[in-house]
Design a protein around this ligand. Structure first.
Ligand SMILES: Nc1c(/N=C/[C@H](O)[C@H](O)[C@H](O)COP(=O)(O)O)[nH]c(=O)[nH]c1=O
Ligand SMILES: Nc1c(N[C@@H]2O[C@H](COP(=O)(O)O)[C@@H](O)[C@H]2O)[nH]c(=O)[nH]c1=O
Ligand SMILES: [Zn+2]
Length: 363
């Protein structure tokens, strides 16, 4: 007989099967236990498909009656694209439901739990809550703000340079670190770079992993529409590309860029306001955004207070040179009292490089 924590840990592991696949839904895992035996398990794998509880209850069949169900998110109680899980659990006649964390979605928030309790089902809340909240930090952020969870990524030399003074940057970090970056791309709804990065690197911003992986939407911040017409992001047709421009760009210039994979997003202002951009992206169901540079774009996200996580890679190389660019350019903070403060969540070695993950303190 395992403890509640052990079964919830199992459900959390199973939930991870859906990472990067379920947007705009959360990832959820469920485990059904009857007389100390695991009789069913399930994960939510894609928005619109059955929820984790449905898969687990189906697998348990008759044994679900009188069973205990461990689920990493409060069972839903609304009719979305799928019928409510709370009702299914009640109809199935489960005895007890152990939930890691409540669902902040206003359609659910506490209603699922109330429904279960009203039907006489014993409900236990908060088992492995920390881990469950961390697992769905993107979904919870999106539900709360209707804007994408923003991860800012850069790669630099040990002396903090993202390119040489002549603009060369291939490569700073190793294959292993760059593959790690592609894993981040594969689980994001969209990836964003500034037009200077497009001009300097002509990046494809696609996912090239041995195991494959879907390509995020490619977003280019390009106030005056200077993206070269023959750039990969325009020509290669391997992923959708949205170019964000200011209001002064003429209609006929925009037409030259648009094709079935490329669209121009024109914000109402001459310059790109990051907060407004995130609101528009949120409306377009972008729940997670991976900002890959360059230094001016990074600074504008930081100045807008719009960064939820920073992933920084440092290579054991010295580039030097006063003119060589650093990860965060733009205006920066003039006074130490105003700098962006973070807490470091992860430090690890990747091949010859190191990777640091940090989150803003105010979060
Ligand atoms: N130059 C380096 C990076 N450079 C990242 C650039 O901003 C740009 O995203 C890349 O050139 C992307 O190319 P593509 O999309 O893969 O074709 N990023 C890294 O992690 N390490 C480096 O050494
Ligand atoms: N994925 C998931 C839940 N997701 C909840 O349901 C909402 C999506 O509902 P629908 O449109 O029907 O897929 C989503 O926003 C979140 O609040 N709930 C659960 O009980 N179990 C699951 O596995
Ligand atoms: Zn559900």
């Amino acid at each position: 007989m395992r403890s509640d924590e052990q079964y919830m840990r199992m459900a959390l592991e199973i939930a991870k099967a859906g990472i990067g696949q379920t947007s705009p839904n959360p990832v959820v895992g469920a485990v059904v236990v009857k007389d100390g035996e695991v009789v069913g398990l399930g994960a939510h794998l894609k928005a619109g498909e059955p929820h984790a509880e449905v898969h687990a209850i189906r697998m348990a069949g008759e044994k679900a009656k009188g069973a205990t169900v461990y689920v990493t998110l409060e069972p839903c109680s609304h009719y979305g694209k799928t019928p409510p899980c709370a009702d299914l659990l009640i109809e199935t006649g489960v005895r007890r439901v152990v939930i890691a964390t409540t669902d902040p979605n206003p359609l659910v928030a506490g209603k699922g739990i109330a429904k279960l309790q009203k039907a006489g089902i014993e409900v236990q809340l908060g088992v492995m809550k920390e881990e469950a909240d961390e697992l769905n930090r993107v979904f919870f952020h999106y539900i709360a703000t209707k804007t994408p969870f923003v991860t800012l990524k850069y790669a630099s030399s040990l002396d903090g340079k993202i390119a040489t003074s002549t603009g060369e940057s291939k490569w700073i970090t190793s294959e292993a670190a760059r593959e790690d970056v592609h894993r981040y791309r594969a689980v994001h709804d969209a990836i964003l770079v500034g037009v200077n990065t497009v001009i300097a690197d002509n990046p494809s911003l696609t996912v090239r992993l041995p195991e494959g992986g879907k390509n995020p939407i490619r977003i280019v911040l390009d106030t005056h529409l200077r993206t070269p017409l023959d750039a990969n992001v325009i020509r290669d047709g391997t992923a959708e590309t949205w170019i964000v421009v200011g209001s002064e760009v003429s209609g006929e210039k925009k037409k030259r860029y648009e094709n079935e994979k490329v669209q121009i997003i024109s914000l109402g202002t001459p310059y790109i306001d990051i907060k407004e951009l995130l609101r528009v992206l949120g409306e377009k169901r972008v729940t997670s955004l991976f900002v890959e540079g360059g230094s001016h774009v990074h600074d504008s996200f930081i100045q807008a207070g719009a960064v939820n996580e920073i992933v920084a890679y440092f290579a054991p190389k010295i580039i030097g040179g006063k003119q060589a660019p650093t990860p965060i350019g733009g205006v920066g903070f003039a006074n130490m009292a105003d700098v962006m403060e973070l807490q470091i969540r992860q430090v690890e070695r990747i091949g010859p490089d190191i990777k640091i993950v940090a989150i803003p303190n105010n979060k």
